[in-house]
Design a protein around this ligand. Structure first.
Ligand SMILES: N=c1c2ncn([C@@H]3O[C@H](COP(=O)(O)OP(=O)(O)OP(=O)(O)O)[C@@H](O)[C@H]3O)c2ncn1[C@@H]1O[C@H](COP(=O)(O)O)[C@@H](O)[C@H]1O
Length: 103
């Protein structure tokens, strides 16, 4: 199991647990809007790092992936769902993918 899979398992186990004892549980308790807001903030922080603080890109990307995993779990989706979508796109050019989505 790689670290993303282990983290996904930990995040799922936090659903319905004590929000006072866990950051992940506190995010679930605050709801989808707050989780989405945090994901957006981490995306912006990653963009800022990319453009002006490249030494922080790895750390900000980790925050971004972590919050994305929380959002996926809240939506009852998993990394495997995302893997399947990326696998479906394999071999398609970016232009083909855009055209397939427009149909
Ligand atoms: N990978 C992470 C991880 N990355 C970032 N963060 C938290 O994400 C938050 C983001 O920082 P911010 O300053 O933006 O947020 P904040 O000010 O604390 O929160 P807000 O008031 O803005 O909502 C920080 O509190 C970080 O500690 C994480 N919290 C948890 N994990 C993993 O999740 C597991 C479960 O965590 P708990 O649910 O806390 O047990 C941990 O063992 C870790 O493996």
């Amino acid at each position: 199991m790689d670290v993303l899979d282990r983290l996904e398992t930990t995040i799922r186990e936090r659903r319905g647990t004590d929000a006072g004892a866990s950051y992940v549980a506190s995010l679930f308790a605050k709801g989808r809007g707050k989780i989405a807001q945090k994901l957006g903030e981490e995306a912006v922080e990653t963009v800022i790092a990319a453009t002006s603080e490249p030494e922080k890109i790895t750390s900000e990307a980790a925050d971004l992936l972590f919050h994305l995993l929380v959002l996926l779990a809240d939506a009852d989706l998993s990394l495997d769902d995302v893997r399947a979508e990326l696998a479906r796109r394999e071999g398609l050019s970016g232009h083909d993918e855009k055209a397939a989505r427009a149909r």
